[in-house]
Design a protein around this ligand. Sequence first.
Ligand code: HEC
Length: 137
Amino acid sequence: MKKIVIIAIALVAFSCKGKEEESFGKEEPAASTEASSEGMPAVAQTPEELGATLFKGKGNCATCHQVDTKTIGPSVQDIAAVYKAKGGNIVAFLKDDAKPLVDPSQYEVMKANFAITKAMSIEELQGLEAYINSNLK
Ligand code: HEC
């Protein structure tokens, strides 16, 4: 009986040691691979690409604006066409410095997003404008 207990303890001790060594050896290279990919230089974006990323991402614009169909908000193509026809300034609108030109009856719905757009940098707003205008038919 005593012998079995000793063997059991020896086995447990041995298997624990084995696992520790194994995971130590495996984690090292994985961590360093991750660090090197994070450290890669950001790929340069055009304003239009930046705008597209913001529109679908942190700007949350795509929730209400489809490219070619009116959903909750007017389509991106319609916005681009109206701003071209009326000579409007999308950056000024998104900074809450200009009146709505597309669908003033629904302005209140869009206004809720100024909290997001007013916190954006001028480069980001110009990116959104470039992205919207790039969808002009
Ligand atoms: C909750 C829904 C919703 C979200 C999210 C949203 N919009 Fe709108 N947007 C609207 C509605 C509704 C209108 C129509 C009212 C209007 O024309 O002002 C509109 C209108 C617009 C217009 C035309 C404004 C004008 O002159 O009439 C622009 C430009 C615009 N949105 C850009 C954006 C951008 C950029 C984002 C993301 C940062 C965004 N929207 C997010 C609902 C939304």
